[in-house]
Design a protein around this ligand. Structure first.
Ligand code: AMP
Ligand code: MG
Length: 292
């Protein structure tokens, strides 16, 4: 299956099929979040372990999660690249991995919003890549990995996955950095966040987003090396996954990745680079070792 229009995408989703959809962060593999068999198809396609919960995407997530005053404050960033973990309402166990919390988001992509307007159910959607591999930011990336119908929305504007904020505990915390940075979260909440290390997100693995080549994090890549070179944080985020893919196709043994300035979405870029660089493979004889 290749590219489909929005009516076809909506019809297939209503029939319990999986459709790849654009969001402003990365492309997602979407299914009707209320249809257990459809959601299971997403896990099977991705090769994703069943205990890695999915994010529920909706025009208005309030019917699916218990919103308190904090959640309402952070909802100012919707539609946008922010996911909230909240106590769940009636959501199938397959979406939440059986947890008593659910992760919800209103995506900020016009095509995704248009699609949701065609549907009377929310979409469960993880990134449209095989488990552990680099996330897709174009329809072509999705089609390289999956024979699924794809709704094309162009290249993703943000380029890295949403910020995840856990509001299910006494003190809010960031489970995954994204384009809505810690300062923006604190500003809207009017309170401090718990340290990130106290609360790892379920399914957050040290190794992720990994190309075939070994990724080595550096401040300055050697001249003439195969490298991701530094640029402004938002530009780096937008280009990150497409460039990792393009460099990997050249078949290098090593891709050098220059750290991003850790401001705004730059914190998320460095987080993804560290996971791409994390390796359980034994160090080779070269002098450069993978950075944890
Ligand atoms: P992905 O859709 O691949 O970007 O990953 C979604 C991530 O959201 C998961 O790997 C979890 O880290 C996080 N997540 C989803 N649901 C929950 C939840 N109920 N509680 C905590 N984290 C969640
Ligand atoms: Mg993912």
């Amino acid at each position: 299956m290749g590219l489909v229009d929005i009516e076809t995408a909506a019809r297939l989703l209503r029939a319990g099929e999986v459709v790849a959809i654009p969001t402003e962060t990365v492309y997602g593999l979407a299914a009707n979040a209320l249809d257990e068999a459809a959601v299971r198809r997403v896990f099977a396609l991705k090769g994703r372990p069943a205990d890695h919960p999915l994010i529920l995407h909706a025009r208005d997530p309030r019917p699916w999660a218990h919103f308190d005053a904090r959640a309402e404050r952070l909802a100012v960033y919707w539609p946008g690249p922010l996911t909230l973990v909240l106590p769940r309402r009636a959501v199938p166990d397959v979406v939440t991995g059986g947890r008593d919390t659910v992760a919800v988001r209103v995506p900020g992509h016009p095509v995704a919003l248009d699609l949701l307007d065609h549907l009377d159910f929310p979409l469960a959607a993880p990134s449209a890549n095989r488990f552990g591999q680099v996330s897709p930011t174009t329809a072509a990336h999705v089609l390289q990995a999956f024979a699924v119908p794809v709704l094309d929305g162009g290249a993703c504007g943000v380029g890295v996955e949403s910020t995840i904020v856990d509001l299910s505990r006494p003190q809010p915390s960031i489970l995954r950095p994204g384009a809505i940075d810690a300062d923006a979260v604190c500003l809207a909440l009017g309170e401090e966040l718990a340290p990130a290390s106290d609360t790892p997100a379920p399914g957050t693995l040290p190794s992720h987003y990994a190309p075939r080549a070994r990724v080595v994090l550096v401040d300055h890549a050697p001249p003439d090396s195969v490298a991701l070179r530094r640029r402004a944080p938002a530009d780096y985020a937008r280009a990150l996954y497409a460039e990792l893919r393009a460099l990997d196709v050249q078949g290098p043994e090593v891709i050098y990745a220059e750290r991003c300035e850790p401001v705004g979405v730059g914190v998320a870029v460095n987080d993804r680079l560290e996971r791409a660089a994390y390796s359980v493979r034994p160090p080779s004889t070269s002098t450069t070792r993978p950075v944890k």
